[in-house]
Design a binder for this molecule. Structure first.
Ligand SMILES: C[S@@+](CC[C@H](N)C(=O)[O-])C[C@H]1O[C@@H](n2cnc3c(N)ncnc32)[C@H](O)[C@@H]1O
Length: 353
């Protein structure tokens, strides 16, 4: 998701805080790579624009965020995955923000969120690799995530990208187009499986296993920009199932949570929220829960220094505050949460598989 999800719930691009990392010349930031002009890719993006619903299109909107914030995120596929329409839309918003000296530049939440997940995935895999060399990374609602092509830390991991069939088919075609247009695209993950699964289905985990997922192998679960699109019941089913895996193997959950004011703005497309995910997750069986907010020292990346920006203001208010005391506007927060768990050393896993 992104701050735009918080400020303008129908869209995925975020508005957010003033950057100290100075912006490059925004006029030159809009790059439309040659491959986006090829007939096949143009046709595919046209069908995405006309046939996909807002949920599926959110995958391309987040890719546009990574593409336009390329001065801090290296994503070789972001432009191609986003498509020209989403690139131009977000570019225009950033141009306007910069012209108006906005304290929050569109897409900064996406940028911070991406960098936070990157750093926490790397840390989780490092913690596993001290015991055992094999690991799995499952991206639920993977959308146009390109980590399997951009994170070297995945070189010993089997990656599973889970999303709707249309999204994964389009993604595969776009990767193929990238490979055909330039030979240097390399996968950085040890292996990659795209699993077309609706995680609202009760048997989604069985389907994941059928696609090759092995419950007994150390796993990082990446739930980035997905939980709040699910109903409360669906989200809790997913979280409970992942929590159960803590009894089977070393398990790390990385997820972003909206608080209630974020998910319940007028015309919101969001459902699930949690104001206290750091209290919720231990009740499901996770331990070592750590919650960060956008702008915290580990969720800042040099992009959010203005003490008057939205995020700095939120950090100064207690988390129980639902509205800003000065103007009564809702306190929309996005929590970045890491939780983990492992079986006790002598436990038998057979009963949990
Ligand atoms: C906002 S995008 C985030 C994509 C990616 N995680 C990222 O951060 O770039 C949400 C993604 O979740 C997928 N999604 C939403 N509901 C889903 C479901 N029930 N099952 C599988 N995927 C789902 C959408 O198709 C979309 O690709």
């Amino acid at each position: 998701m992104s701050e735009t999800e918080i400020k303008k719930p129908q869209e995925e691009e975020a508005s957010s805080a003033t950057t100290t990392t100075s912006w490059p010349d925004i006029e030159q930031e809009l790059v439309i790579p040659e491959v986006l002009h090829s007939e096949g890719v143009k046709k595919l993006h046209k069908s995405i624009q006309t046939e996909w619903d807002y949920l599926q299109k959110s995958a391309c909107q987040t890719a546009a965020g990574r593409a336009l914030w390329k001065h801090v995120i290296n994503d070789p596929l972001a432009h191609l995955f986003a498509g020209e329409t989403h690139l131009r839309n977000l570019h225009k918003k950033i141009q306007t923000d910069l012209l108006n000296n906005a304290r929050e530049v569109s897409g900064v939440i996406l940028a911070v969120r991406t960098l936070w997940f990157d750093s926490r995935i790397q840390a989780a895999l490092d913690s596993f690799h001290s015991d055992d060399d094999s690991s799995q990374v499952v991206l639920l609602g993977a959308g146009m995530d390109a980590r399997s092509y951009r994170l070297n830390c995945l070189n010993k991991s089997d990656v599973f990208e889970v999303d709707f069939p249309d999204v994964l088919q389009a993604k595969t075609s776009l990767v193929q187009a990238a490979v055909e247009s330039r030979n240097e695209l390399k996968m950085t993950a040890r292996s990659l499986v795209r699993a077309a699964i609706d995680i609202r289905d009760e048997d989604w985990f069985e389907k994941l296993k059928k696609s090759g997922f092995q419950p007994e192998i150390n796993t990082v679960w990446v739930l980035e920009g997905i939980l709040y699109y699910l109903s409360h019941t669906e989200a809790m089913q997913v979280l409970n199932l992942i929590a159960d895996k803590c009894a089977v193997t070393s398990t790390v959950l990385l997820a972003d949570f909206m608080n209630k004011p974020s998910a319940t703005l007028p015309n919101s497309v969001f459902h699930f929220y949690s104001d206290w995910p750091d209290q919720l997750l231990p009740t499901l069986g996770f331990s070592n829960v750590k919650l960060s907010q956008i702008g915290d020292p580990d969720a800042n990346f040099g992009l959010l220094h203005d003490p008057l920006n939205l995020f700095s203001k939120l950090l100064r208010l207690p988390r129980s505050a639902l509205v800003h005391p000065d103007d009564g506007t809702p306190c929309c927060r996005l929590y970045l949460v890491e939780a983990s768990g492992s079986p006790p050393p002598d436990s038998s896993i057979e009963n949990h598989l």
